[in-house]
Design a protein around this ligand. Structure first.
Ligand SMILES: *[C@@H]1O[C@H](CO)[C@@H](O)[C@H](O)[C@H]1NC(C)=O
Ligand SMILES: *[C@@H]1O[C@H](CO)[C@@H](O)[C@H](O)[C@H]1NC(C)=O
Length: 308
């Protein structure tokens, strides 16, 4: 098990933490933070409860958005209750390692009352088996790879736990090869897609959520067997809009130290749109990407919309 790295807000300890997090290690084909791999035994032996609700995404697919939506649904749209704590405390991050005086995700979850909502970026084949044994409900959100790549690039620029990308071009290649934390986007979205019918899983798309938030929020409510009056649903839609979440200190990660998320480089809540990749991809990159994508996605029925 990894030793907890104590955190004080000095550059030296930021470097110490960075060393245990970045560049990472490959576990069963997936690049993970080194500290996650060191804590792996605890993670893979995690004991699920039957009423746990999982929110699973490849990074930057609308994770925080779905966390906020589910938390509000479970609390009947109560605006005060969701201000009780920052989102990473209300919906703990399963594989978050014991770093910076913060508890590990596992520790936070072990003390939490049911029903717990749990965030994870783990690939399907790395998920703790207990979730399947307990037949837990799982909400998966997938986002098109071009916007995911751009969003992840800007996130890695401001996430000081990771080595900053040297260039957009280099990041573009690394993303396509799965040489980024949590591994290949392709493997992640496809594995859950193939598994969706064998488990209690709701598979959603970021683009659909942008296009018609009400339609998608109603799907989540139905999946969670939760009925709420129309005015409450409207309230949830309003409070989980991009602008409301960006201005909400309990959702916008302003509670995280600037020594980890340096939001002056790029905001955690950056744009929240579909199609921003067009401002980043060159014509040549777009052609190369489309070719690679076509080959990788040839044998799946999974389809993405790059714009809406
Ligand atoms: C993976 O990314 C790291 C850091 O960006 C880089 O140093 C390394 O060469 C890359 N590995 C491969 C196999 O591309
Ligand atoms: C987070 O929300 C607070 C309160 O609205 C705001 O003052 C702060 O600027 C926001 N932080 C970011 C990074 O947007």
């Amino acid at each position: 098990m990894a030793e907890a790295v104590s955190w004080d807000e000095t550059t030296n300890s930021a470097r110490a933490v960075k060393q245990v997090v970045s560049p990472g290690q490959i576990l069963e084909g997936v690049l993970l933070f080194q500290a996650v791999v060191e804590n792996w035994e605890n993670i893979s032996n995690f004991q699920a409860r039957p009423d746990d609700i999982l929110i699973v995404t490849y990074p930057k697919a609308g994770t925080t958005w779905m966390q906020e939506i589910v938390d509000m649904i479970l609390n009947d749209g109560d605006v005060e209750i969701r201000m009780r704590a920052p989102i990473h405390v209300r919906v703990p991050f399963l594989e978050w390692p014991p770093l910076m005086n913060e508890e590990s995700g596992i520790n936070m979850l072990s003390k939490m009352a049911s029903p717990r909502v749990i965030k994870t970026h783990l690939s399907f084949h790395l998920m703790p088996k207990s979730f399947w044994e307990q037949n837990c409900k799982l909400i998966y959100v997938a986002r098109n790879p071009k916007d995911s790549m751009v969003s992840y690039y800007h996130f890695d620029r401001m996430n000081l736990l990771k080595t900053a990308p040297e260039s957009w071009e280099g990041y573009f290649q690394d993303f396509m090869q799965g040489n980024v934390t949590f591994g290949s986007w392709y493997d992640h979205v496809r594995e859950f897609w193939e598994a969706r019918k064998k488990h209690r899983m709701l598979y959603l798309f970021y683009e659909d959520m942008k296009e018609d938030p009400k339609r998608e929020i109603l799907k989540v409510m139905k999946f969670l067997e939760k009925e709420l009056p129309d005015d409450v649903v409207d309230k949830i839609i309003h409070h989980t809009s991009f602008q409301m979440m960006k201005d909400n200190p309990m959702a916008n990660y302003s509670s995280f130290p600037e020594t980890i998320f340096k939001q002056s480089i790029s905001s955690f809540m950056r744009k929240g749109v579909v199609g921003d990749w067009k401002k980043h991809f060159t014509v040549a990159q777009n052609e190369a990407f489309d070719e690679h994508y076509g080959a990788k996605m040839a044998r799946t029925s999974l389809r993405f919309r790059m714009e809406i």
